[in-house]
Write a protein that binds this ligand. Structure first.
Ligand code: DLL
Length: 439
């Protein structure tokens, strides 16, 4: 295994250079690394060898990046079927750490890292935070959950790699977070955007001015959020807020990051990942600029090489701006979150956009699907602003239902409540309560 990873030796040391490399250089590096990664997967993971052999494709068939389309997809079900360690490409003695995703149903997906994987991951997260406006002199409050979730430890190692000071508060204990924020005076904060809103609301409720904190920047991710939420967090705290993307199967946080100078979508760290957009139904590759499902191939992972992972996240690839590497448009929906209501396709994020227009409501909401007779029924639970009166709630309920009907074309039942989705973890936007074999 060692020999084929020699080319990764440039991962040691600062990586500013590669962020500004030419497209040709990036493509050459991706091609060489993809070749190695395909070979590594084929020769060390029985699943890949079986899959490649089944469709008669071999790593030697990969000559240029467009050849990636010849190789089979991987998805969550593959990792579940190989639970827990069947997809690992190295022996257990080489595994330095294990993480797992919670998984809404069934078995979690388990991911592993060698020491070198952790090193590269830390470097990419540090690179992400630097792009998001963090500096080595910063104190950084890390409110992502620490544990099997990749958010906490992934962010933490990145903060340390950057040379900054990590304050590992993890999630929850909102009062304590606020107290520590006042005592330790962090310059930056990391977490899910929905938890950041919880902190904002709590501070306001306690009569504090969130603009008075020491915070200068925040990097938020792990769940979809909108420009409306960015605006609210930036205005509310008086900070710059940028978006970080990642997924455990591919690495964790730090696959892509928005640059603070442009705030125009997420630069994919293409020296370590090869992104593709495919048509969600035909799975044919789509050209840059077209919306579809994001598929990612890891280029340097040792413990868990992932070939053409179907993320189910919907986005499009855009040309580079602040960096030469290409960008992903903000990810606002997953194709498995799609709700089809009497033939109309819609996504929870479309409701969110309308909710953020009404100051009597908070952008915390949940879509609950159920059956009424033979029909699918959608209830939209939305949180009220603490300042809203009963009359406001009544008016908002009415307004929201009408706006959704008019603009999205579906009828939903709106219920405005005191609290929705206020946990510190990822917000759960869609709950499907329909009988199992009915849909
Ligand atoms: O959420 C890793 C992460 C941690 C990313 C902290 C950013 C910050 P998973 O738990 O495996 O990993 O969930 C991955 O979360 O496929 C997306 O659907 C969603 N997601 C993650 N970041 C974003 C984002 C981590 N910035 C899944 N915007 C992904 C929208 C996001 N969705």
């Amino acid at each position: 295994m060692t020999a084929i990873f020699d080319i990764f030796s440039d991962n040691h040391g600062p990586q500013m250079g590669i962020e500004y490399a030419s497209r040709d250089e990036i493509i050459a590096l991706q091609t060489q690394r993809a070749k190695n990664e395909l070979r590594h997967a084929y020769y060390n993971v029985p699943h890949y060898r079986r899959k490649f052999d089944e469709i008669g494709v071999h790593p030697d068939d990969f000559k240029e990046l467009s050849d990636m389309a010849k190789f089979p997809f991987t998805d969550k079900s593959t990792l579940r079927a190989e639970y827990p360690f069947g997809m690992f490409a190295v022996g257990q003695h080489q595994i330095a750490r294990i993480h797992a995703s919670s998984g809404t149903t069934g078995r979690p997906t388990v991911v592993g890292y060698t020491h070198n994987d952790i090193k590269i991951w830390s470097e990419l997260v540090a690179r992400s935070f630097r792009a998001g406006g963090l500096r080595p002199s910063d104190k950084v409050q890390v409110t992502f959950g620490y544990g099997l979730f990749t958010g906490g430890l992934g962010a933490h190692y990145g903060v340390e790699e950057l040379g900054a000071t990590a304050i590992p508060t993890s999630g929850g204990q909102t009062e304590r977070q606020i107290q520590l924020m006042q005592d330790f005076k962090p310059d930056a904060i990391l977490g899910t955007p929905s938890y950041m809103l919880t902190l904002l609301d709590r501070m306001k409720k306690e009569g504090m001015d969130p603009r008075e904190t020491s915070l200068r920047v925040g990097v938020f991710g792990a769940e979809p959020w909108t420009q409306g939420m960015r605006h609210e967090l930036e205005e509310g705290f008086g900070i710059d807020a940028t978006d970080i993307y990642g997924l455990s199967e591919v690495m964790g946080p730090g696959v892509a990051q928005e640059c603070v100078e442009t705030k125009d979508g997420l630069t994919v760290w293409e020296d370590h990942f090869y992104p593709e957009i495919v048509h969600p139904e035909t799975l044919e590759p789509l050209p840059d600029g077209e919306y579809g499902e994001l598929v990612i191939t890891t280029l340097t992972k040792e413990a868990l090489p992932i070939i053409r992972y179907r993320t189910h996240d919907l986005t499009r690839i855009l040309p580079g701006t602040a960096r030469s590497m290409r960008r992903l448009d903000r990810i606002t929906a997953r194709n498995d979150d799609m709700i089809i209501l009497r033939g109309v396709n819609c996504f929870p994020s479309q409701f969110e956009e309308i909710i953020t227009e009404d100051h009597r409501l908070r952008p915390r909401y949940q879509c609950v699907l159920s059956k009424k007779g033979r029909m699918d029924h959608l209830t939209l639970l939305v949180e009220r602003d603490p300042q809203a009166t009963e009359k406001d709630v009544e008016d908002s309920t009415d307004w929201l239902g009408k706006q959704i009907k008019q603009r999205i074309g579906v009828t939903v039942e709106v219920l405005v409540q005191d609290q929705v989705n206020s946990g510190d973890g990822k917000a759960k936007r869609l709950v499907d309560n329909r009988p199992k074999d009915d849909h």
